[in-house]
Design a protein around this ligand. Structure first.
Ligand code: CP3
Length: 343
């Protein structure tokens, strides 16, 4: 069997048909997900039930046959594995017991609670058993900065005020939290690769709120350390970085983070990305998830523009952020069809 196309592209090949997958391709917009979710207890229970998490991961593969499957899990599994209390509230999102100073760090441990999350790796092995040969499994983790915002704020935030205040006022103490997250993330990604993931992705969803010097300290440097460590053990596993909202700092990120490929958010102009980023690394992205909700001509013209700008180099089609719950599954089917047709 030859490699899944997405692997060749992430290693630098150009393909006339862009390989594709979608962030949040498994989830609430799919009736089969809602059905399974309704009889599976909490969202966290579902993430940590290997057979069910594997089944959810495979649901969009059966429907749409994308080139990549992303493990069904969450970036907040790492804080949970470090011992932080976590639950997800319907309609509100994640709730954690906040840690906002160096003293709070003593409640966390890299080893003591890790067995809580090891079901994740069994889910990875089970997905691999059920995956067609031409589809690659993408493992993932949140990048340290983004995960730290949830750990410090205790929930989703608008302004990240507590996290930023800690980072500015006590960079050594905050740096200890980031160091712990670097270690935990290396361990989590390596375990997913050992279990069968052939690509990994780092989600830095809130990278875009950082001032440039803070972006260097809390996004680029920690990611570089993670990439270097994972590459030492697994030099051939492509690592995708997603510094969402980074704007012009996307270029710095491409130059310095060490990742193999760059995931573009919706706001990145694709002609700019072709010149400034794709000349350095493969890129992935970046259709507006709302164009997928609307479908029809809005979606077709978005796809055409993105393909026109990015098909000249290594390019993986994706959205600029996750599929949202109101998305009609038929539109995803139409998108998959469109991407399989030649230009
Ligand atoms: O992409 C995928 O399909 C893989 C699974 C995945 C989930 N979350 C499942 C999920 C991945 C890769 C994530 C990443 C994630 N989680 C991020 C980074 C990407 C991004 O969206 O920016 C972040 C910031 C989180 C944290 C998180 N998880 C929040 C803020 C929420 C609540 C908001 C919401 O959409 O409900 C979650 C819950 C979550 N993670 C759900 C899913 C399918 C919904 C839970 C449910 O089914 O009730």
């Amino acid at each position: 069997m030859s490699n899944p196309l997405i692997l060749d592209v992430l290693r630098g090949a150009t393909s006339k048909r862009p390989p594709f997958w979608l962030m949040r391709q498994a989830g609430r917009y799919l009736p089969e997900y809602r059905e399974l979710r309704a009889r599976s207890g909490s969202f966290l229970d579902l993430c940590l039930a290997p057979a069910k998490a594997a089944e959810v991961t495979l649901q969009p593969i059966k429907r749409f046959h994308p080139d990549g499957a992303i493990l069904f899990s969450d970036i907040l599994i790492i804080p949970y594995g470090l011992g932080q209390a976590l639950h997800f509230e319907e309609g509100r999102g994640p709730i954690l017991e906040p840690i906002d100073n160096a003293a709070g760090l003593s409640r966390l441990s890299l080893t003591e609670h890790w067995s809580r999350i090891e079901a994740t790796y069994e889910a990875v092995s089970r997905v691999c058993e059920g995956l067609p040969d031409d589809v690659a499994l993408i493992g993932f983790a949140g990048a340290p900065w983004t995960v730290a915002t949830y750990m410090v704020e205790g929930e989703s935030s608008r302004d990240y005020a507590k996290t930023k205040q800690w980072a500015y006022s006590d960079p050594v103490g905050f740096g200890q939290l980031i160091d712990l997250l670097v270690e935990a993330t290396i361990r989590h990604l390596k375990a997913q690769i050992e279990a069968g993931a052939s690509i990994v992705k780092l989600f830095d969803s809130w990278a875009g709120v950082l001032a440039p010097d803070q972006f260097e300290a809390w996004t680029i440097k920690p990611i570089r350390r993670i990439v270097d460590a994972v590459k030492q053990s697994y030099p051939n596993v492509p690592i995708i970085g997603f510094p969402r909202g980074a704007g012009v700092l996307y270029r710095t990120f491409a130059e310095r983070s060490g990742v193999d490929a760059i995931a573009l958010d919706t706001s990145v102009p694709t002609d700019w990305a072709a010149r400034e980023l794709q000349s350095l690394k493969p890129v992935q992205g970046n259709m507006d998830p709302l164009a997928l909700v609307v479908g029809g001509d809005a979606m077709k013209s978005a796809v055409a523009r993105i393909r026109k700008d990015l098909s000249g180099g290594p390019f993986v089609f994706n959205l600029g952020h996750g599929v949202i719950p109101i998305t009609p599954p038929e539109h995803v089917e139409q998108l998959a069809q469109l991407l399989r047709d030649s230009v």
